[in-house]
Design a protein around this ligand. Structure first.
Ligand SMILES: [Zn+2]
Ligand SMILES: [Zn+2]
Length: 196
């Protein structure tokens, strides 16, 4: 698989207290034009690059702080911010919880940024008027007024990887007992995330 020869992507916050690495190609990079992302970033859209958390690691000694933040879906999200400059580096969203990491692609270093482009534009019904997606349409990108179904928007390999992740998520849930929530069934890589 492509992930074996993959040169890791690297990123950091503004003050470089937090540095991170991504060890496999992103499953998908969403360019989200929803009003929530506009507010959270203070700009026109966010670039959320999705990766299995087991392929994401914090490489700095200092770990980010996780800030419980409202989300449009109502499920909430944890935004990981540098404890010094408070730049947001990634989020954990919704059902997948900590199994997937939504990296804010603007925090990648210059080299990384060159390697990552949107794979889909979402919530374009609220995109700012001056954002022109003509070139993106020509590039053959899927453009959605709201959200999408993974199967429709993600590539074949990304869907296969996600299905494997889903199996692990379900197995962990079963092993943890039906009464346990996702916090108690964290993937092993989550040790990278401790904030103590
Ligand atoms: Zn910082
Ligand atoms: Zn959004």
């Amino acid at each position: 698989m492509e992930t074996e020869t993959f040169v890791p992507l690297k990123g950091h916050c503004t003050c470089k207290t937090i540095t991170y690495e991504v060890l496999a190609p992103f499953l998908c990079t969403n360019c989200c034009h929803c009003t929530w992302c506009q507010r959270e970033t203070g700009t026109a859209f966010v670039l959320n690059s999705i990766i299995e958390t087991s392929y994401f690691r914090i490489t700095s000694e200092t770990k980010p702080v996780l800030i419980d933040t409202l989300s449009a879906s109502g499920d909430g999200q944890m935004i990981a911010r540098c404890p010094k400059c408070y730049v947001a580096l990634y989020s954990d969203y919704g059902d997948d919880g900590t199994w997937t990491t939504y990296v804010r692609a603007g925090t990648l270093d210059d080299e990384g940024k060159k390697r990552v482009r949107p794979d889909a534009h979402i919530f374009t019904s609220t995109k700012m008027d001056w954002v022109d997606l003509t070139g993106e349409k020509e590039r053959g990108l899927p453009i959605f007024e709201a959200s999408y179904k993974r199967k429709e928007a993600w590539g074949k390999e990304a869907n296969e990887r996600f299905n494997r992740l889903k199996e692990k998520m379900e197995a962990a849930k079963e092993a943890g007992g039906a009464s346990k929530g996702k916090e108690e069934a964290l993937p092993p890589s989550n040790i990278n995330r401790e904030t103590d």
